[in-house]
Each structure stands twice: as C-alpha cells, then as structure tokens.
Design a protein. Structure first.
Length: 633
C-alpha cells in the first residue's frame, strides 16, 4: 500500500464547518427517534456545533415560540433546530418516524417490519426477523444530518432553508432502493425465497475447532481451488458459485450443504493455509469485545476524515457558484455544483445519488463498454434494475483510466468539478497519478473524496473490503445473529448502504467547510465501511466500556396471527398463542390503542410501492424507484 502524504486534520484546527452554529434538540425525543437524534447530536458535535438549551430562545424559521414548546416531542416526530452563526436564519428539521398523517406508535422493530428490511434480513435466516441493532434509526440520523448540512450550505449560497423534513421510513425506502427495484423490475422480476424461507448452508462456516468464519472470493477460480482442496465435490462447488457471488445483491445465499460439511473437517489454521495457497480470503468472526480493543474505537475516531491540505501553488481558490433564489422556486442545496465519480457496486454510487438528489450534477467515469453491473439481472428497460436505481440521471463518460489518454480525460472532466469521489483500492489513485496532488493541479479548489472499505491507515492486514467481510471483522456480525443465536453477517448490504450515506455526509461537510471559509486550502475527505460500522455500533461499543456485561435493550418480536405476521414492540406482554387466535387487523387496533408499536410484516418488497401510505415515495420507470428521503422549504 502506497503511503499517503501527511495531512492536517481539519477537526483539530480552530475552524470547523459548523463553528458558530447552535443546535436545539428536544430534551427527550420520542423513544423511536432517540437513536436518530443521538446520531445527529454526535455528528454535528464532531463538526463544531454547540447545543442548547441555555442559549436563549430559538428563532430558526422566524418563530418566536419558546424553545421548551417548539422542541417538545409531538407524537412520532420531533424538531431539531440548526441556527446559523451571527444570528443568521436557521433551519428547523422535522424528524418523524412514519409518513405524515400516520399517528401510530413507532419504533425500530416496527420500522424494520413495515419497510421490508426485516424480510430481506430474514431471507437467509428462515423468515423475517429483526436486526440486533438500531439500524434504521442510525441510517435516519445520518440522513437527517445530511439534510441539516445541506440546508446550512444552501443558506451560505444564497437560498436560506426554513424547514427540512426527514422520515425514518422514507430514509429506509430510499436506501433499500436496489432491492425494491429488483423486486419490481418490469423485464424479469427477481426470484427470491418466499415465506416460509428455506434455510440452507450459508456463510459463515464453522471449522473443526469451532471457529466461525466468513469467506470471500472475487473471482471463480479461488472459489473452485479452495473448496476442491477441502474435499468438496466439483459439481457442488460449481453449483454454489452463482448463489455465493450474488448473495449480497439478493440477500440470500442457498449453498450446497456439503461445503459446510467439508469446512467442518478442517481446523481453522489448516483452512487459512488452504486459503493462502488458493487465493481465497477468510475472516474469523470477531466479537464486540474484540472490536473494542482496536485503536479507532478506543480513540473514538470520527465516521470520516476531513482534512485540509496546504495550498502550495500560490493561486487563489476558484470562486464557487452561488445560487440565487428565483420567484416561486427553491433551488436544491447543491444546484450549480458538479461531482465526478469513479465508483462501482453500492457505497460510492449511493453517495453520489444522494448528492444528485440534493441538486448536484453528477458525471460518472465508466470503463469502455460501460460498467459491467449494467447487465446484472434482473433488468428493467434493458438495464440492471439495481444499477438504474443507484445511477439514474447521472452523465456517463466512458474512459480507460489505465491509459495516459484516459487519465488526461479524467483530469479534463475534473477541471470543471467541485468534487471528485472514487472507491478505488488503496494505492490505486497514486498508481494512476490521479490522487489529490495530481488533480489539484487542474482544479485547485477541488474536494477530493475517497469511499473505501478499511479507512486510510488501518491497524494491520485486512481481508478484502466487501460488506460481509467488514461485518465479520468489525463486530457487526456479533449483533446480527441467526435464529439459533450464533453471530453471522447479514446478507443485506448494511455497511455499503450506511457507508454510502456517510460518504455523502462527509462530502457535504467538506463543501460547507469550503463555503463557510472554515478551510482555505485544498480539502480531502475519506469515509469507509469500517467508519460506518463505528457509527452503527457506537452504543454497543460505548456500553461495553461504561457497563461491561450489560445486556442490550429489549427488542421487539415477530409473531404469527390468525392471518399473517406482525411485529410488536418490546412492551407487549401477549403470548404467541393469544396472537394466533385473532387476525392481524384486530391486534394492531388493540396494540395501537394501548400505545404499543405494532405493524404488519412486509414479506413482499414488490408490495411496498402499491401501499397507499407509501406509494407517494416511489416513481416508476421500468421498476419502482424511491424518491429522496428529505424535502426542503
């Protein structure tokens, strides 16, 4: 790995993007929004914001209502206020659980049920089941932070935002867009296991000495050679490859049971030797206690690295386009800005799709012939439905960056851009001569962003940076367990999705730093899947430090009724036998009347866009595509 030049962290300088900004949070947010609110608090604090109460009344959108009234929780929603420096107009963020007009009780478990996440996670686990962590609350908190940063940036660029609205359900639907698109593809909807889901052998595997481990192969040859070395039959090896290669895209991986049986005949040390010889990658699942000892957790690293590089060219930073409001029109916060990306898979494309939804022009650099993912089934209008939902509306320039002419073309494209974001392997940017120093010569004011797997300088060697491997190494798999209680990475791309949102959040923070004058040099911002895991696991990792041995908070449950499945909050005391005696609608009415969160479990993702309460959050173009999770006024 090529060593990186020393950089000055912006977070240790006197100026931060939100210096001078004052944030008002509700004293006690609704229980279902507590995680999202805490994520907002944590991220804005890291960016320099200060918090009330004790700072006087809040007048974010022209109101003179006292803080205690304005920020009191109201049903399943709450308000977070972000005030600009020097008494500049601020923004009220309305954070809600369900879509507007739905007053029913809300919590993490019922949100996972109603948005399809529970069913996706359950495809590999025998049926819908909650994740063992507040995933949607964490995701929504990151999306809410995006909205506040974008609003602050919009104000600096000449268009104050009075109100921003974010919904946990909408954030979930937007993020699960690739899965919903695959389920609704017009050409050939994806075939997935149907309830009751068939359980089959799947990673992680267990060695003869009891080590649970995840495997990764980015090409078929290491897969064949490794399993052949373990004694697996050639037919089973071949038949299992396709399911393995598509496991994260489909959230399912029904492999041949003989693979697990062959792995169980070897001690883990033997399997590591076989993997080294064949090119396969193995990663033993680590516990939260293991993860707590890592340096980035011990020192509570930021979710991203925002750094200022010194200017050494003697040239002024180019002016950035201001957006002036037009009568009857509110430009989106990033209108007039250009983002260039060279990314693949989920993390990078999702990050730039967020920036595009906020108004940026996005230009994709793809290899000659286009990104291979364009042809991945299922198709919608002749293009992969998953690819389309992540990359709709982006301009594409096919360029062979392995050639000198291709690299010059990238530099020419970047010369007119505000942001360049890539997800290349460590050292690849320097090898291609497309790192921050190279591109600064053609665009001195460029924000250079890297969306990686393992951060800039990880402790020791790491396995390939795919979502399942990072889940296994980071401790996420220790919280996301199988029905029998064993740790196992979810086959939903949890960290790719959250990591894409954090990458977008980091770019917004850099843009705000540049626009506010908090940074006067060149800016570089790095984010990672490992950083996303820190955000997701922060409550558990902090809990290990503060109260070792403390059990996690009680989670809700999934239970059959007379005619379906419902998810019920932890406060319910009804027995499964009682639930089975009446239909879902009757139980939902009773539970809601008692103030207990409850929701029907969505088992068919194709039904989400047809739900009258959710249909407004989708558009249709060959497949269902979710709309952005925030709105501004």
């Amino acid at each position: 790995m090529t060593s990186a030049p020393p950089l000055s962290p912006l977070t240790t300088s006197e100026a931060l993007p939100l210096d001078g900004h004052l944030v008002h949070l509700p004293p006690t947010p609704p229980a279902g929004l507590a995680t999202a609110t805490e994520v907002v608090r944590d991220h804005l604090t890291r960016l320099g914001a200060r918090f009330g109460p004790g700072s006087g009344p809040w007048h974010g959108s022209g109101s003179t209502a006292p803080v205690r009234d304005r920020y009191a929780p109201a049903g399943p929603e709450t308000v977070i206020g972000l005030g600009g420096p020097h008494n500049a107009p601020g923004t009220d963020l309305i954070l809600r659980g369900w879509p507007a007009g739905d007053p029913t009780p809300f919590d993490e478990t019922t949100a996972q049920a109603a948005t399809g996440l529970m069913a996706l996670h359950g495809r590999a686990n025998g049926g819908p089941r909650p994740l063992g962590t507040d995933y949607l609350g964490t995701l929504a908190g990151t999306v809410a932070t995006q909205a506040l940063l974008a609003a602050a940036l919009s104000g600096l660029r000449g268009t104050p935002v009075r109100t921003a609205r974010v919904g946990v359900a909408q954030a979930a639907l937007f993020s699960l867009g690739p899965y919903v698109a695959a389920a609704t593809a017009g050409d050939e909807p994806e075939e997935v296991p149907s309830p009751p889901y068939r359980r089959a052998a799947r990673p992680p595997f267990v060695s003869a000495d009891g080590v649970r481990f995840e495997v990764e192969a980015l090409e078929v040859q290491p897969w064949r050679d490794f399993w052949k070395a373990t004694g697996a039959p050639a037919k089973d090896i071949a038949n299992s490859w396709r399911a393995f290669a598509s496991r994260s895209a489909r959230a399912a991986s029904p492999l041949i049971t003989t693979l697990a049986q062959c792995a169980a005949r070897h001690r883990f040390a033997e399997l590591l030797l076989l993997a080294e010889r064949t090119g396969m990658a193995l990663c033993a699942l680590r516990t939260l206690a293991d993860r707590r000892a890592d340096s980035d957790v011990r020192y509570d690293d930021d979710p991203w690295e925002l750094r200022e590089l010194p200017r050494d060219d003697g040239l002024p930073t180019p002016p950035h386009p201001a957006v002036r409001p037009r009568p009857g029109s509110l430009p989106l916060p990033l209108t007039g800005l250009t983002v260039v990306e060279s990314t693949r898979h989920v993390q990078g494309p999702l990050a730039t799709s967020v920036l595009r939804a906020l108004g940026a022009r996005v230009i994709r650099i793809e290899q000659p012939g286009g990104d291979p993912s364009r042809g991945a089934a299922p198709l919608a209008g002749g293009v992969s439905a998953r690819f389309a939902v992540l990359n709709a509306g982006k301009e594409v320039r096919e360029t062979d960056i392995r050639t000198a002419a291709g690299r010059r073309a990238v530099a020419e494209t970047v010369a007119e851009a505000d942001v360049f974001l890539h997800s290349w392997a460590p050292g690849e940017a320097a090898r291609l001569r497309l790192d921050e120093e190279d591109l600064a010569r053609v665009r001195p004011g460029l924000i250079y962003a890297w969306a990686s797997a393992w951060d800039r300088a990880p402790d020791g060697p790491r396995p390939p940076g795919t979502d399942p491997m990072v889940q296994a190494w980071s401790g996420v798999a220790d919280t996301v367990r199988t029905p029998d209680g064993n740790p196992a990475p979810s086959l939903v791309t949890l960290l790719d999705l959250l990591g894409g949102h954090i990458a977008a959040e980091s770019v917004l923070a850099a843009l705000l730093a540049r626009e506010s004058g908090a940074a006067t040099g060149r800016l570089r911002v790095d984010s990672s899947l490992l950083g996303a895991s820190r955000v997701l696991l922060r409550p558990q990792l902090r809990g290990l430090d503060e109260s070792p041995g403390t059990p996690p908070p009680a989670a809700g449950s999934v239970t059959p009724t007379a005619d379906g499945l419902i998810a019920v909050g932890a406060a319910a005391t009804t027995t499964p036998a009682e639930f089975a005696a009446a239909p879902s609608a009757a139980w939902l009415g009773r539970l809601h009347a008692a103030g207990i969160p409850a929701r029907e479990v969505v088992t068919d993702l194709a039904a989400l866009p047809r739900d009258p309460a959710l249909s407004a959050y989708f558009t249709h173009d060959g497949c269902a595509r979710p709309t952005p999770p925030w709105s501004f006024s």
